[in-house]
Design a protein around this ligand. Structure first.
Ligand SMILES: Nc1ncnc2c1ncn2[C@@H]1O[C@H](COP(=O)(O)OP(=O)(O)OP(=O)(O)O)[C@@H](O)[C@H]1O
Length: 224
């Protein structure tokens, strides 16, 4: 099976207030279509790792490969391009623009990429909303939908540029159990039916136990 994301010997140090070796020789791969979760106690380095994997933090040692291409040491613009084109994000908080419509929110990352016409982007955004069963919300203001709907809109937005991988930092952290299960089922379907790779940081054991693989971290290391 092909490998979508590979981390090789990732080490990260925070230099202030005192030198702190936060990530210690992290090595792992995420395969195409794999649904993996990252678990570990608070402070073990999960978010720090996700920042690096998503190219938001570039101050580290080691190598990162996306679709078998080395993506370490790129220009700032190219990192931004890689993020927008190949990586979809879902955070604990949805970060939707409340004054914009649901459809406009989903369109934004594609507008930024600027590879398609407005009409094509609008069509694609509508298709993503349909896929997530929220097409009826398209014209609504993002501030006027429920919490569970907001997270589904955030997933549609993460999918708009057809990324290679979806990364999530506690994407179900703010949801009740019903909506958390909904989000899990959406991710599972994306992995099973579209062969999309997912890497999700979670504290939710039920969620993690249902994923293909749990990457367990402790004290800046992967322990299993
Ligand atoms: N900018 C920073 N400077 C110094 N230390 C930091 C910085 N950011 C995080 N840390 C420390 O690095 C460690 C790892 O933090 P990180 O946020 O990655 O943990 P986490 O596993 O995601 O925790 P949580 O589950 O609580 O979100 C913690 O000890 C944290 O205090």
């Amino acid at each position: 099976m092909s490998i979508v994301l590979e981390a090789k010997h990732i080490n990260k140090y925070f230099k202030k207030p005192v030198l702190f070796h936060v990530l210690k020789d992290i090595n792992f791969q995420v395969k195409k279509g794999e649904f993996a979760s990252i678990m570990g106690k608070s402070g073990c380095g999960k978010s720090t790792l996700l920042y690096i994997l998503s190219t938001m933090d570039t101050d580290y040692e080691g190598e990162l490969l996306l679709n078998n291409k080395l993506i370490t040491n790129q220009s700032r613009d190219h990192f931004s391009y890689i993020r927008n084109k190949h990586i979809g994000f879902v955070f604990q908080f949805h970060y939707l623009l409340s004054e914009f419509s649901v459809l406009e929110n989903v369109m934004l990352p594609a507008k930024k990429l600027a590879e398609k016409s407005h009409e094509e982007i609008e069509h694609d955004a509508f298709e993503k909303l349909k896929m997530l069963n929220i097409a009826h919300l398209a014209k609504k203001r993002a501030s006027r939908v429920s919490g569970g709907e907001k997270q589904r809109i955030a997933i549609a937005r993460a999918l708009i540029n057809n990324p290679s991988i979806i990364m999530g930092d506690e994407p179900t952290g703010n949801l009740d159990s019903h909506n958390a299960e909904n989000v899990f089922n959406i991710f599972k379907k994306l992995s099973d039916e579209q062969r999309l790779s997912l890497l999700i940081v979670t504290h939710d054991e039920d969620f993690a136990n249902k994923t293909d693989r749990i990457i367990q971290m402790a004290d800046g290391k992967i322990i299993s």
